[in-house]
Design a protein around this ligand. Sequence first.
Ligand SMILES: [Fe+2]
Ligand SMILES: [Fe+2]
Length: 322
Amino acid sequence: MSPVAVAQPVNLEDFVRKDDPKGKKFDAVSDAIDDINIAKLKDQPVVEEVDNAYDASEFDSSKDKDTFRQFVDENEGSRRFYIEQHTKQTVDFNREARRKAFEKPRAIMGIWEAMEMLNTLVDASDPDTDATQIEHLLQTAEAMRKDGKPEWMQLTGLIHDLGKLLYFFGSDGQWDVVGDTYVVGCEFPTEKIVYKDTFKDCPDLNHPVYSTKYGIYEPGCGLENLLITWGHDEYLYMVMKEQSNLPQSALNMIRYHSFYPWHRERAYTYFENEADKQALKDVLAFNPYDLYSKSDSKPDPVALRPYYESLIAKYIPHKIKW
Ligand SMILES: [Fe+2]
Ligand SMILES: [Fe+2]
């Protein structure tokens, strides 16, 4: 863990986006993306050859998964979102985004403060929205707690989407924050990527190297060596890898939770190494809590805070750099 950073008070007004003052556009897109993955998970239950060391999630076993909204392929908003993501997430963009991410910290704050910041900046007052950001984080963590999952995993559930703060830290739009992730620098396995027909304007599509099966990588090189599209997963992974003592499985859950082409569709298996077998188990154990806890009853942040602050204190410094 790095030394505790000196905190400056965070002025929320500095982070309000002029093009989306209440974060409503962002909230709508985030929800639409989740709806697609919920519906797809229901339609295509994962049957894995993996010997999953984790017990299956139980909290959702009695839930009628049919109540989740159907994946609608003609959903224009989601389609527009993915056209932009699939066009703009290039190798050059991804290298630059990683370089710029930690040039200087945008804020120094603790986990709970970051949760409140995200919750304030994204005003989920749309009646169709089932949960605010803070509620979604708490629902994910509480569902894990109910199933007796270890403390580090509950904490991972609590923080997993905090990388969405990127949207308020100077991201270009939403395409570089949310959405399913995939690999750049090699051929796009479009059959296994949502809205597969939306890559035609991507400058990397016909690149002499990036368009080949392995592209800039070697077979078996391990997922950790791939440039996976930049967004809230990779950003929070980088923050936590440097500044927490969360176990590797927690880092895997954070880093790959939106990597549906890999963990659900099983694309990119030719890049996996031994460590990725565990990473797959980690993400598959995490995923139901992220998706299915959305219909759970609303948690009370005030009542739950002391418990989660005690978990945070075990793994993450009081203040960290964002
Ligand atoms: Fe997420
Ligand atoms: Fe989530």
